[in-house]
Design a protein around this ligand. Structure first.
Ligand code: SAH
Length: 325
């Protein structure tokens, strides 16, 4: 079998081929016939690329939402998934890649085998309305998740997904009352997590987030949709999802500082870092915090290069001992 192109096609035709993780379920082209069989709601959004391939318009939020619904049904056994209007619609291949990269990290101290099943517990800081990481991580590896969120409507939407799919044992949601906190207030005394994950709000202000959304529209070669109070923001996520005081650097910086206080309760802390220019400062913060081991794992996120950083305060012996406890 010839190796398939690694990036799903979009309405603008083929692009360079960034590499997804080999265990990612989306390394080939999307099979739209299979996806529409799994979810008929995708059908009205199908179109043909100039090359004659089936695709959807990736600039149409409703089309992308239907694609996600189909992917979750066809590949992850999630029968019920929806998103309230205006919330961040996650590109599933990229979200899955972060989890596969973390699975490899856990495998290092497990004789090269990815540990699967409910004994592995993951904390998702900022689970979002989509609940995307817990859904993917539970389907792919059987891990259990605690998802935290500051935004009440997002938490409610995530809760509805968990309930509709009968995943209440596997996915627990907690409200974080303080925006500037990541672990305090949601991690219980004595509670332990194999991983913490986070896709942080990365803009430093609402205005910056709006400019980012406008840029996205320009890259999609189209005008933002008309109507609605803040159409440009509405497509790519609500303001609270996209920005926090100080942006990504401050958010992840605070997380690093807080993580030192939870050093014995977590095996690997991690966060996505979207902006390359933040890497040096974050590595400096990690050294200052006394992290024992720090990793940076590059990832392809659509046409952009992204990465996650992961750090632990445990040495290899402590990590091996962790599982036998
Ligand atoms: N995980 C989802 C959402 C990421 S957007 C995805 O990858 O698509 C970032 C999310 O973090 C938003 O939903 C925002 O409301 C939430 N958030 C912001 N500050 C937070 C905090 N201190 N603790 C928990 N969640 C937070």
């Amino acid at each position: 079998m010839s190796s398939p192109p690694r990036r799903p096609p979009d309405a603008r035709g083929p692009r360079a081929a960034p590499t997804l993780h080999p265990r990612n379920r989306h390394t080939g082209r999307y099979d739209f016939a299979r996806l529409t069989r799994a979810c008929a709601a995708l059908k009205p959004f199908l179109l043909r690329t100039p090359a004659g391939d089936a695709s959807i318009d990736f600039g149409d939020a409703a089309a992308v939402r239907a694609l996600n619904r189909a992917l979750l049904a066809a590949d992850y056994g999630i029968a019920h998934w929806d998103l309230p209007d205006g919330y961040l619609c996650p590109p599933i291949p990229g979200r899955a890649d972060y989890l596969h990269g973390l699975a490899d990290l856990l495998a290092e101290t497990e004789g090269g085998e990815v540990p699967r099943g409910p004994a592995i517990r993951v904390l998702d800081v900022g689970v979002g309305a989509s609940c995307i990481y817990p859904l993917l991580g539970h389907a792919d590896y059987g891990w259990r998740f605690v998802g935290t969120e500051v935004d009440a409507p997002a938490l409610q939407a995530a809760g509805a997904i968990v309930q509709a799919n009968g995943l209440g044992e596997a996915i627990v949601l907690r409200r974080q009352p303080a925006r500037e906190r990541t672990f305090a207030g949601v991690v219980l005394a004595g509670e332990r997590f194999d991983l913490t994950i986070c896709n942080p709000p990365f803009h430093a202000s609402a205005a910056e987030a709006a400019a980012g959304s406008r840029r996205k529209w320009r890259n999609l070669d189209r005008a933002p949709p008309r109507g609605g109070a803040r159409p440009a923001l509405n497509f790519g996520g609500r303001a609270t999802e996209l920005w926090c005081p100080g942006g990504e650097l401050a958010f992840v910086g605070r997380m690093i500082e807080e993580s030192a206080g939870f050093r014995t309760q977590v095996r690997w802390f991690s966060s996505l870092v979207a902006k390359s220019e933040h890497r040096a400062a974050l590595h400096r913060r990690l050294r200052q915090a006394g992290a024992h081991d720090v990793r940076e794992v590059p990832m392809a996120q659509g046409s952009k290069q992204s990465r996650f950083i992961a750090w632990t305060f445990l040495d290899a012996t402590q990590q091996r001992a962790w599982r036998s406890r």
